[in-house]
Design a protein around this ligand. Sequence first.
Ligand SMILES: Nc1ncnc2c1ncn2[C@@H]1O[C@H](COP(=O)(O)OP(=O)(O)OP(=O)(O)O)[C@@H](O)[C@H]1O
Ligand SMILES: [Mg+2]
Length: 494
Amino acid sequence: MIPTDSDYHREREAPGRDELVKRVRAKIDALGVDYIYYQYISITGRVMGKAAPSRHWETQARKGVQTWMGGVSNVAANFQGELIGFNSNAMECIALPDPETFVQLPWDKRIGRVFCTLYYGLEDPDQPGEYYEHDTRGNLKRFDREFRQANNGLYLKVGLEPEMLWLRPKEGEVQPFEGTTKPYAYHIGQFEEVREVWKQVSDYALAMGLDMIQGDCEDSPGQVELNYQFDDALPTCDRLTTYRQICAEVARQRGLIACFMAKPYMGVPANGCHHNCSVWTGGKREVQQLTDGDLPGMEENWAYSVGGTNEFESTKGDWLPTELGHHVLGGSLKHINALTALGASTVNSYRRFNDFGMWAPIGANWGLQNRSCAIRVSAPDRFEFRAVDSMVNPHLFCGALLKAMDDGIKNKVDPGAPESRNVTEIWMGGEEEVNVIPLNLHDALLALEKDDIIRSAMPGKFHDLYQEYKRDEWTRFLREVTNWDVEQYLDCVP
Ligand SMILES: Nc1ncnc2c1ncn2[C@@H]1O[C@H](COP(=O)(O)OP(=O)(O)OP(=O)(O)O)[C@@H](O)[C@H]1O
Ligand SMILES: [Mg+2]
């Protein structure tokens, strides 16, 4: 029997939703938007979805858009050619738009986008209309709500530092690309080489609600980092997704490659994506007028949390956080190995850690301004996760962070004293004991498997799906003969 009361129905009937749907219609008409992308996030952070004419907005906002269940795993097949996680006869799920995320695309003003939350189809035999547990964005929304409820309104704010490379395609078998700048960090001369690129990215970003705060050239060829203002977890993750889409569009227009791969070159720093964190009470959402005139989308895209109290930051005037801050750090540290499987999610991510001395952390510990640790208190008001790169699915990672922090607070987990030694040097020296994070994807996946708290951020069948997807990636890697193999072994015996 088709249910009439389910997560899907409750969301559709949520107070104020009809009003939001009408406000989107007013924006569609005022902006002349003819088509809408109905987007959701796959387990690896890819943007998936469908486009539909905007004249159907009300119907689609009411019913949602149907999509094959396996979209969440990128419709990918394993190395044996079988679909991962789902078969071709799997049912459809429902992508129900979150109207407040509607915004016009600045590069094609006839198109708008809206993020969706996924639900099991109403014909599903087991869970009709229930939350679809492979939807990392939908999960983050719920985990964020639960975290606030469980901790007297405490909430997480996150600020991201996505590094990426602007590359130019070129002929070449091993590296069919080259940097658009020299690897001179902070050099305005190099930043000037990509001036038109970063200006265009920033203009598009402002037009989609990203409050850009700073940017520079970093120390890899073509490497640029542009930062936007930190905010609550969900909007911050949505904005990273949007930022990567913007870069992809600018690359398309200019015949470049917008590369978020963790480590395309050895010997120079990789594309990290530090997650800066603090925990807050109070404050309110306030719309920031980032551009002149009417906002080209729902005001909520331009809203940021302002005011309130940073409960991480001690008022004692040193860099050590409050007692609550210590517990938040403690929880994060306790689960750092499993978190690494999500923050450093690809085979290639681990080349970043193994290229020692290139700023990437390896210590499974925390330190004050200590860049060799996976967790660094980088200023008295925040700490950062450094074992994360720009391939991350931020919704998944932040959902897991909330679970780790919640564990830390509930169980008053003590993170111990901050590490002041350079973990990388000690590790390379090999004489002293030091805790390190997993240094390859296989070990990280084993750590993830053993961590029930982090697995609670991957409910239902999601953890198994993730393992299946990522273990297949590992197996594919093992099944390659690389240039390195040939150089190393071709004629080395007798
Ligand atoms: N209280 C806070 N909570 C969460 N994020 C914050 C907070 N304050 C600042 N941020 C965010 O932290 C980031 C700071 O990046 P910035 O490059 O200045 O620092 P950094 O980590 O010291 O630099 P690097 O890692 O390159 O040495 C920005 O994205 C900003 O929005
Ligand atoms: Mg940082």
